[in-house]
Design a protein. Structure first.
Lengths: 343, 481
């Protein structure tokens, strides 16, 4: 897999060095590229010519392939959120759906997000539109991708909403509004609109965003006692509820938490850096055991992120922006179907 | 010069020992024998600059590091019609290792240098000289690149005499990398690939030129070069953040003889004129100043910030309580549809707060933590006690009051300290960075404008030049870093 990733970068770089925007190629067999160029959505299949799918000169953002690679969602941006729309097209540019994010009328107060800041597909059926309403609080609106009907709405306090891979469940941290001092917060983990932890009066601080397992049956989040020393992984399993896995390391050495299949792993900063991090696996839902190496899924995800970033830079160098890639079996398939304006 | 003339006249390659002997004989008499040594006073810092240390035609010459495809040296004897520059061999950036000589091929070498010292690079340059393609050799010393386009002269393969090229450089670090790379070709590579020989890089003495900066205002920098009558240059690179760094250019009234030179800084073009804000970045702007053989370079950094606006909830944005015709306290509000949900109920005396309010407003105060009543009173909600209470001010991340138009939220990775005030082009000065949140990431700032959605109407999400006071490592101040 590594050699094919390298090949993709080299081939794409070579094409771009010709300074011909029309010859930007996704390069690796099976990759579809969508990007914004001159306010229009352009696509390229299998490294072929770039072709426009829109031509209405309306500013656009966040082109995003659906999970099956048959649809592209994007946002038609406007200086006023009431005129901002989500549009879904097929691979020929035919409009499948177009609906307003925050429709305006005499009895509608658009007091939520000021701008759309991201899109995410949920299992090809629904689309999530996100936008912040203050420096922390972010609004998540879930829409039916065909009818445009708003199905749900959430406000996350800053850690980020986590949608399960099957698109059916949502998890986020609540109870810590942006303008509320830490000592007055009552942070809690929610799945949907229901709190699952803590269910008692304990006061906790969440140190990460919730993360779903690939099978959507488990959820984890890193947490600590407020003003205390104990920190743990809050582990939720669909059939067993919540358990706490105590972490025998200092909180600041836990670099990352990731799922591989139904197994949960922690990446622990080794001593002294820059030695490779230690990988520990949550065993039996209660304890940690040292793992020999990071699971293949984690390495693939890291490779996919790196590849995506490099391809974004190449597209940007050629004048395009907000490139989104889709493939069925290549390394990039490890990336979630979401996009946002990056820093 | 003698040596080359002699070589030409006898029509054969001079042996290396003979060349060395000639140098030994004439150098003490102050006679310049070599093209490469004419502008230099110190020893040659380049290893194997004459490409004489090996004979392999496919292996990278000793002392050099390969870039792209591998090449070796080529003896002049292989092409008797090629005028000799010096020694037995030259280097072809498209030789036997890879005759097609693709763009991106070359060699490089890193040498020890002393910051502030002036150096001169000289080398012989020629081309294979056939075909119709103009190929460009880019020679980079440190971060300074110079292009040498080579167009075939029409005299045929390996007939073009070498010319001596000179690049002056003032070192900025303890080591400097010198590279020779083919970077462009008008009609393909392979027939007119660059040839180099006699590479010399040596100190020409302590640099006597210097540059001083003064910041006239947020968007104007004065660069003063000494001694006078020099020539300025200007370049920009991104240090951190996005590529949306400030634009820098010499003022139109500035000519090559103008000293000090006025450098105008301009906000970058916002790639997204509508919609969500785009982040700025930290740019480094390098000014060069050359006076005769001396050259100085000096850089300053300027950040830009992608701006957005935020507000806090205002009661009147969320409907108005309806007084029943039969009297009594309101039990309903004007229906308000927010993101598909209709709010029409009213709440009287919610925990800790007297009066009747629209439920939509109360919901919003719970969501964000604060709100402002129609009479201007600020209220907060405590999730831990589920109580509302009146507060004298709304505070941000740092615990100090948010002031409309006078405070911003920042990314703590960019501005980690408290009490930092910003000057922001076209927005204002003395703006306190006292709020923060995960939605503000990178070179982004959100300007607090007060209570109510309307305060952010017509606020353009622009990208502006900024300066921090006091300066932060990632946010330089007005006193140029």
């Amino acid at each position: 897999m590594k050699s094919s990733i390298r090949g993709a970068i080299i081939l794409l770089a070579g094409v771009l060095s010709l300074s011909s925007i029309n010859r930007i190629a996704a390069a690796q067999t099976g990759i579809s590229l969508a990007m914004v160029l001159h306010d229009e959505i352009y696509v390229s299949y299998n490294g072929g010519e770039l072709a426009p799918l829109t031509a209405d000169r309306t500013a656009k953002a966040y082109p995003l392939w659906s999970q099956n690679g048959k649809k592209i969602a994007f946002v038609e941006t406007n200086s006023d959120i009431t005129s901002t729309k989500v549009v879904v097209i097929d691979h020929n540019g035919r409009t499948l759906a177009s609906f307003p994010v925050h429709p305006g009328s005499s009895t509608t107060r658009n007091v939520g997000m000021r701008d759309v800041e991201g899109l995410e597909w949920l299992a090809d059926q629904n689309i999530v539109v996100t936008g912040s309403i203050n420096p922390s609080t972010t609004e998540y609106d879930v829409f039916d991708a065909i009818t445009g009907r708003q199905l749900d709405q959430f406000f996350d306090d800053g850690r980020g909403m986590a949608f399960s891979p099957n698109g059916r469940q949502y998890a986020h941290i609540a109870g810590g509004p942006h303008f509320t001092p830490a000592d007055e917060q009552a942070n809690n983990l929610k799945i949907g609109h229901s709190t699952i932890f803590p269910l008692d009066q304990r006061k906790v601080t969440f140190l990460s965003a919730p993360q779903w397992s690939a099978d959507s049956h488990s959820l984890s989040v890193f947490a600590a006692e407020y003003n205390g020393n104990a920190h743990y992984v809050v582990l939720w399993r669909e059939n067993n509820g919540v358990s706490l896995v105590n972490i025998p390391f200092a909180a600041d050495v836990v670099q990352a938490m990731f799922w591989s299949g139904s197994n949960l792993y922690l990446s622990i900063m080794s001593d002294p850096p820059p030695s490779p991090p230690e990988i520990w696996q949550v065993f039996g839902g209660k304890t940690l055991i040292r793992a020999a190496a990071a699971p293949e899924a984690a390495r693939l995800a890291a490779s996919a992120e790196a590849l995506s970033e490099q391809m974004q830079e190449l597209v940007a160098a050629a004048g395009g922006s907000q490139a989104n890639f889709w493939c069925k079996d290549c390394a990039l398939a490890a990336l979630p179907r979401k996009t946002s304006r990056t820093d | 010069m003698f040596l080359q003339l002699w070589q030409k006249s006898v029509g054969k390659v001079t042996s290396c020992p003979g060349y060395v002997l000639a140098l030994m004989l004439f150098a003490g008499a102050g006679v310049s024998l070599s093209h490469a040594s004419s502008a230099s006073s110190g020893p040659n810092l380049v290893t194997n600059g004459g490409f004489e240390a090996s004979t392999s035609e496919t292996t990278t010459p000793p002392g050099w590091t390969n870039i792209g495809h591998h090449e070796g040296v080529i003896p002049y004897s292989n092409f008797p019609q090629q005028p000799v520059y010096q020694g037995n061999n030259f280097y072809d950036l498209g030789g036997y290792g890879d005759p097609l000589g693709p763009i991106g091929d070359g060699i490089e070498q890193t040498v020890a240098t002393v910051p502030g010292t002036a150096y001169t690079l000289t080398f012989g340059l020629s081309g294979e000289n056939t075909g119709v393609s103009t190929e460009t050799l880019t020679v980079t010393v440190g971060s300074h690149a110079t292009n040498f386009p080579l167009t075939p002269t029409g005299t045929g393969l390996f007939t073009r005499p070498f010319t001596t090229e000179t690049i002056k450089y003032s070192a900025t670090a303890n080591s400097t990398t010198i590279s020779f790379v083919t970077t462009a070709a008008t009609n393909g590579t392979g027939a007119n690939d660059p040839l180099i020989d006699g590479v010399v890089f040596s100190a020409t003495g302590t640099n006597t030129s210097a540059i001083a900066f003064a910041r006239a205002n947020l968007t104007t920098v004065l660069a003063t070069g000494t001694p006078p009558a020099g020539t300025f240059s200007l370049s920009a690179t991104r240090i951190a953040g996005s590529t949306n760094i400030a634009k820098a250019s010499f003022a139109t009234a500035t000519t090559s003889g103008t000293n000090p030179a006025t450098i105008d800084l301009a906000d970058p073009v916002n790639p997204s004129t509508v919609g969500a804000p785009t982040a700025g970045g930290l740019g480094s702007f390098t000014v060069g100043y050359s006076v005769g053989a001396n050259a100085a370079t000096k850089s300053f950094q300027v950040p830009t910030f992608g701006m957005s606006c935020y507000s806090t909830p205002l009661e009147s944005d969320w409907g108005s309580p309806i007084i029943p015709v039969w009297g009594g306290p309101p039990t309903a509000c004007t229906p308000v549809t927010v993101n598909g949900k209709v709010y029409s109920s009213a709440i009287t005396n919610p925990s800790g707060l007297a009066g009747t309010y629209c439920s939509a407003f109360i919901e919003e105060v719970i969501t964000e933590g604060v709100g402002t009543l129609n009479n201007g009173t600020n209220v907060k909600y405590s999730p831990s006690t589920t109580q509302f209470s009146v507060v004298t001010s709304i505070t941000g991340h740092d615990g100090t009051p948010l002031l409309p138009g006078k405070t911003v939220a920042r990314d703590l990775r960019i501005i980690p300290d408290t009490g930092v005030k910003l000057s922001l082009h076209n927005i204002g000065n003395g703006i306190l960075a006292n709020d923060a949140g995960t939605a503000i990431s990178g070179y982004r700032l959100a300007l607090y404008k007060g209570a109510g959605k309307s305060v952010c109407n017509n606020f353009n999400n622009q990208i502006v030049i900024g300066a921090c006071q006091p300066a932060e490592p990632n946010c330089p101040g007005s006193a140029l870093k």
